[in-house]
Design a protein around this ligand. Structure first.
Ligand SMILES: [Zn+2]
Length: 275
């Protein structure tokens, strides 16, 4: 009979259950969220909810091969601090949180780990953390992604606003699908949706792809959001989120099939010249 765990959520299991599950679950997902403003019509926990929903859907589909840690509910949101209520960790703290959580999983035997961030502001800290972990945990495969970037082709095909990326039609559609309670439809406002809506610094930043010129969201949009969330639908959210889940499951299946990562051999000794 196939072994089925009571749940894939690490925090809901007892240690004997985890001990039993571990050999059946080669992959651990660490979801990261944020507590940050999402404009007038969407809750601060939106990124946390999206990351957690995707992680849960992936784990359910791949059961029992995937466990999911608790979602870290605060990320790097310095660029949203001008709005009431946003919480932020510094990039160094977030980086360290990721390093220490992944290291904990490694100590319990996990050697394939996927960090999933629902918030793009976490990316630089996660990228540095993963670089450190690759060097420190030389027997471990570590990968990471955002949610929306995994389906950037579908976003391009389905978005209306040329300027988007935060509480826009794409993100709000995902929220309507994973947890409609995140959204107050009557309060949604069109944000900065074209280059003309941005201030000069924002326009300069957004009109030169590939050049990084970070701006606070208060400079980009008086309401705190981009794009037009009034165009959001749960149907579009389903299309996007289900595709994210498909693609991450595809990746993780490949990851499980890889041979274990082997530590790099130590460098050859330098030959001493004898003359
Ligand atoms: Zn968000």
């Amino acid at each position: 009979m196939t072994y089925l765990p009571r749940t894939h959520r690490l925090a809901d299991l007892t240690w004997p259950e985890i001990d039993e599950l571990r050999p059946h679950a080669p992959v651990a997902i660490v979801p990261l969220g944020a507590t940050e403003q999402h404009g007038h019509g969407m809750a601060q926990r939106t990124d946390t909810a999206r990351a957690e929903a995707v992680a849960d859907m992936v784990a359910r589909r791949m059961s029992p091969q995937v466990v999911v840690t608790p979602t870290i509910p605060v990320g790097m949101s310095e660029h949203h601090m001008a709005f009431p209520g946003t919480l932020t960790l510094s990039p160094v703290t977030l980086q360290q949180v990721v390093v220490e959580l992944v290291t904990s999983l490694h100590r319990h035997g996990w050697r394939r780990i996927f960090v999933l961030t629902g918030h793009g502001g976490n990316n630089s800290a996660v990228d540095v953390a993963v670089s450190r972990l690759r060097a420190e945990l030389t027997d471990t495969h570590i990968a990471w992604s955002g949610v929306t970037p995994v389906v950037s082709d579908l976003v391009k095909a389905n978005a209306d606003s040329p300027v988007r990326g935060h509480s826009c039609e794409i993100e709000t559609s995902q929220a309507l699908y994973v947890d409609p309670e995140l959204v107050l439809p009557e309060r949604l406002t069109r944000g900065s949706a074209t280059l003309d809506d941005l201030n000069p610094a924002g326009r300069l930043a957004r009109s030169h792809p590939g050049i990084n010129f970070p701006q606070g969201y208060d400079a980009l949009s008086p309401t705190g959001n981009l794009g037009n969330p009034r165009l959001a639908t749960a149907e579009l959210g389903a299309l996007l989120v289900d595709a994210v889940v498909d693609r991450i499951c595809g990746f993780l299946t490949g990851l499980i099939g890889l041979p274990d990562r082997r530590p790099a051999p130590p460098p050859a000794p330098i030959a001493l010249e004898t003359s």
